[in-house]
Design a protein around this ligand. Structure first.
Ligand code: PMP
Length: 530
């Protein structure tokens, strides 16, 4: 569908203008493998190497022939697509296949139950909702336990078997003189503790996430996304997150200690009524990406993962591992987190799960934390549809084929690509700041250009658009498609498919060196060629 010259622009016209400012306003007419074909001015197709990879949804490339053939076959067979509230054996098979892979990789027998959704953000919102349901139920159970402990203390005191000592009275923060009558003293004590517990129980849930996190842009998930520009205007709409400095020893425990809360119950020992502290589940979940995508391709260290895991286990807080961008084999293992020894209570997958063709996502919840009643209060018209589930199953077949050849390819191609990026970094240290990532999830960070001598570059850098200028130049000048990560604008991302060839790596090498020459030469040549 070509744009007519006099057509009104009503589908996000502002974005169109932003794209145009960096020379990124192109139209693609055909896609296959690692190549998108853009429409040239004379109407001819111009091939562009796609390193943006649908931001991670194209591990197998555009229109993978096996997937498209299978999709056609499903459509020709009149496969039921929408049959809500029926048995969905294909969704179950998909859940079983995901379990086989995940449990093999984690070396763990515990099953994961699957809740399906349509997009990445939606899977994370399902995780948030499930974690909150679980938290509320655990809180209720704690309050009930505390209530029982009050009853038991009352029984002991009324039976003359226990009294309320000063330490307990003061420990509850009571300053009025303690009534002489033990039953009366206990009554005042229980009232005070009940009030305090009710206040603690009414605290809103808090989520923890590393700084730089990106978990989506919907009402709930955007509050777990660190980028202020995305998050701040919508603060009042959902539960808040505390962001923890990445890979900083001790940081997780510090934040947990600041946020955690307790409920106070009673216990009777040796004729004394004493206060017993119970953890109140206020911290709803810790959500993280093993390799942050939009945050600028930042890998979490094994030590940081261990710290999160043990600090969360100590307060019975579930760890949600968002593998939406990093998962499905992109980094050389099915889950990028398995490579740093992380074992999640929840996992979310999306993007490449749909094979670049269907929109689907899934939340996996470890059986021991799973709340079956969630299934009756959470659903979507489109989630778990027959077509998407079957396509996703085919995708798993493809990534698992030949003993995991796709994982090995991702690792090998990624290493090749990363070697090239390292070489560029080495040759242009004054332009390139860092190279990061693993497998086919790589990034190159450029030094800040806010004080660049060329006014347009300086202006773009100050507006956070320098990376887009580079992307525009790579597209127009080198037929390469890449973008900065959403929240770290000086980092260009490379997430091509496993079909990446040496020639394509060479093409990117040439483009990057050209950019570096221009930047190092203080912009003697214009950077973008719109
Ligand atoms: N989580 C992560 C780690 C992501 O990278 C993204 C998308 N960039 C999302 C969640 C949101 O996925 P979607 O865009 O499908 O809602």
């Amino acid at each position: 569908v070509a744009t007519e010259p006099d057509e009104p622009q009503l589908a996000e016209p502002h974005l169109r203008a932003v794209l145009a400012s960096a020379g990124l306003d192109v139209e693609y007419v055909r896609a296959e493998g690692n190549t998108l074909h853009m429409r040239g001015e004379d109407g001819r197709e111009i091939p562009v190497v796609d390193f943006a990879g649908g931001y991670g949804s194209l591990l197998l490339g555009h229109n993978h022939p096996v997937i498209t053939a299978y999709a056609k076959q499903l459509l020709d067979a009149a496969t039921p697509v929408h049959a809500q509230f029926s048995l969905h054996p294909e969704a179950n098979r998909l859940a079983v296949a995901l379990n086989r892979i995940v449990r093999r990789e984690l070396g763990d027998d515990e099953p994961y139950l699957a809740i399906f959704a349509n997009s990445g953000a939606e899977a994370n919102e399902a995780a948030v909702k499930h974690a909150e349901l679980d938290r509320v139920l655990r809180l209720e159970a704690q309050l009930e336990k505390v209530g029982k402990s009050f009853e038991a203390a009352g029984y002991a005191v009324r039976g003359g078997k226990a009294t309320v000592p000063d330490t307990t009275w003061e420990g509850a923060g009571l300053t009025a003189p303690r009534p002489q009558d033990p039953t009366e003293a206990l009554g005042v004590l229980v009232d005070a503790l009940t009030r305090r517990n009710a206040e603690q129980a009414a605290r809103p849930p808090v989520f923890l996430a590393p700084e730089g996190s990106f978990h989506g842009k919907l009402v709930g998930s955007v509050q777990l996304t660190h980028n202020e520009a995305y998050r701040a205007p919508f603060k009042s709409l959902a539960a808040q997150a505390r962001f923890v400095p990445v890979n900083r020893p001790g940081a997780v425990q510090r934040v947990i200690d600041e946020e955690r809360a307790s409920l106070l119950g009673l216990t009777v020992t040796g004729g004394r009524v004493e206060i017993r502290r119970h953890e109140a589940p206020v911290i709803c979940a810790f959500i993280l990406e093993p390799i942050q995508g939009e945050g600028g391709i930042q890998e979490l260290t094994r030590e940081f993962a261990e710290e999160i895991q043990s600090a969360c286990a100590a307060i019975d807080c579930p760890v949600v591992v968002d593998e939406i961008q990093s998962g499905m084999g992109r980094t050389g293992t099915f889950l990028a987190s398995s490579d740093i020894g992380l074992r999640g209570d929840y996992y979310t997958l999306a993007k490449s799960l749909g094979g670049g063709l269907v929109k689907t996502s899934v939340l996996l919840v470890r059986e021991s934390r799973y709340r079956g009643q969630f299934e009756l209060i959470h659903s979507s018209t489109f989630a778990k549809d027959g077509f998407s589930s079957l396509v996703a199953l085919k995708v798993l077949d493809l990534v698992e084929a030949d003993g995991g050849a796709v994982y090995r390819e991702a690792g090998e191609r990624g290493a090749r690509l990363k070697d090239m990026l390292h070489a560029v970094h080495k040759d242009y240290p004054e332009v390139v700041k860092d190279v990061r990532g693993k497998g086919l999830m790589l990034g190159i960070e450029f030094h800040d250009q806010s004080d660049a001598p060329a006014p347009p570059v300086q202006e773009a850098a100050r507006a956070g658009l320098f990376g887009y200028l580079l992307a525009g130049h790579l597209l127009r000048g080198h037929r390469i498609r890449t973008f900065p990560t959403a929240s770290a604008a000086n980092t260009l991302r490379f997430e091509p498919s496993v079909l990446l060839t040496d020639a394509e790596i060479q093409q990117l090498d040439t483009g990057l060196r050209d950019i570096c020459d221009i930047v190092r030469g203080n912009y003697g040549r214009p950077l973008s060629l719109p």
